[in-house]
Write a protein that binds this ligand. Structure first.
Ligand SMILES: *Cc1c(COP(=O)(O)O)cnc(C)c1O
Length: 385
């Protein structure tokens, strides 16, 4: 179908990027499980030479993700981190990046342990008030990189505000949109230059694929990133592209349920006598709730909470008792997951740094799935006691 920007989200989720196969009319995009393509005469081919560079299944998925983000271009990678890796490779030694102080642990790790040694400088700062970004801008600043909602503290960063600062200083703004998904938030429409997804999470949606994606509108930037994608080679395979094309067809239905269940679970936890703070942007008491409302169409199913006493052993006992929430890293699948950031996803961040942002030892992060919410609440009731 045409990627017409007037088309509504659910229709795009089902159809965008996907055309009946020209050979047979197959309605599902075939898995082009091939590394190379036969040429009639040297250089005389059908636009496909080698699968690192071009693969029809990946191309269909890239078009689908681009359509969901109202973007001109989509690029898929072997993982979310491979997508971030490609973005940072736009930079050169001496360049500086301003980023948040509450980031996915793997993003923090690639910045500090891989790219810092190539002479790129990262500033990890509080961005709940985006004007703080201005304090760190100098002539070397090339990129502002934000996550919103943040992982796992569920802080909200004002994308429009960050975009205004980035544009005024001719700096790129990249947004990790993994938690919100394009169903809830479209950063490019709010002024960002690049949007990134860990496709592993909600876009794939079934906990069976590891993949990343970028979406963007700028022709020159897209050409540079496609050049990096092909030169460095961290592409996704065709079978995984097929699985994600299939997952995306129900993204809108899944997200609707994640949001409904998320709201009920968040309210249950907020009223539980043993539970301390609950972090969820849908609460009116959330410090940036108004910004969340202005840039998101719903608040999602990601929730973090701590106990009244910051007791890691209590959290461990609760997580061991869960029957429906599976104790696992990752998020965004149809099944509910519980994660202990301090020892699992965010173990790479020193305790001292974690404490600064309120990531306590007892903090549990829930990815609320699409099961019957009564069962999920019953599970929390029996596990927390
Ligand atoms: C999981 C995740 C990543 C990394 O993605 P992978 O697919 O695991 O490489 C980046 N950002 C956020 C917010 C994530 O949750």
């Amino acid at each position: 179908m045409e990627n017409n920007s007037n088309t509504r989200f659910g229709t795009k989720a089902v159809h965008a990027g996907v055309k009946p196969d020209p050979t047979t009319g197959a309605i599902m995009t075939p898995i082009y499980q091939t590394s190379t393509y036969v040429q009639r005469s040297p250089g005389d081919h059908k636009g496909f030479e080698y699968s690192r560079t071009q693969n029809p299944t990946r191309f269909a998925l890239q078009d689908s993700i681009a359509a969901l983000e109202n973007a001109k271009y989509g690029l898929c990678f072997g993982s979310g981190l491979a997508a971030i890796d490609a973005v940072i490779k736009l930079l050169k030694p001496g360049d500086e990046v301003i980023t948040g102080d509450d980031l996915y642990g793997g993003t923090y790790r690639i910045f500090t342990k891989i790219f810092a040694k190539y002479g790129i400088k990262f500033h990890f700062i509080s961005m709940e008030d985006v004007t703080n970004i201005e304090n760190y801008i100098n002539t070397n600043t090339k990129l502002i990189w934000i996550e919103t909602p943040t992982n796992p503290m569920m802080n909200i960063i004002d994308i429009r505000g960050a975009a205004a600062i980035a544009q005024a200083h001719k700096i790129l703004l990249g947004v990790d949109n993994t938690f919100a998904t394009p169903y809830l938030q479209n950063p490019l429409d709010l002024g960002a230059d690049i949007v990134m997804h860990s496709v592993t999470k909600y876009l794939g949606g079934h906990s069976d694929v590891v993949m990343g994606a970028l979406a963007l509108n700028n022709d020159k930037l897209a050409a540079e990133l496609a050049f990096i994608q092909n030169s460095c080679g961290a592409v996704c395979g065709p079978q995984d592209a097929f699985l994600v094309l299939r997952g995306i067809k129900t993204l809108h239905l899944r997200m609707q349920r994640h949001c409904e269940n998320g709201e009920k679970v968040a309210n249950y936890l907020a009223n539980h006598p043993k539970v301390g703070k609950v972090y969820w942007p849908g609460f009116e008491t959330h410090p940036n709730h108004e910004i969340a409302k202005s840039q998101m169409r719903g608040f999602g199913g990601m929730i973090s909470f701590v106990f009244k006493e910051d007791d890691m052993q209590q959290s461990f006992r609760v997580m061991e008792k869960f029957k429906h929430f599976a104790l696992a890293e990752s998020l965004g699948g149809v099944e509910s997951l519980a994660n202990h950031p301090a020892t699992m996803t965010h173990g790479a961040i020193p305790r001292e740094e974690r404490m600064k942002v309120g990531l306590l030892d007892s903090l549990i992060r829930l990815s609320v799935g699409i099961e019957d919410v009564e069962d999920l609440i019953e599970d929390l009731r029996q596990a927390i006691g």
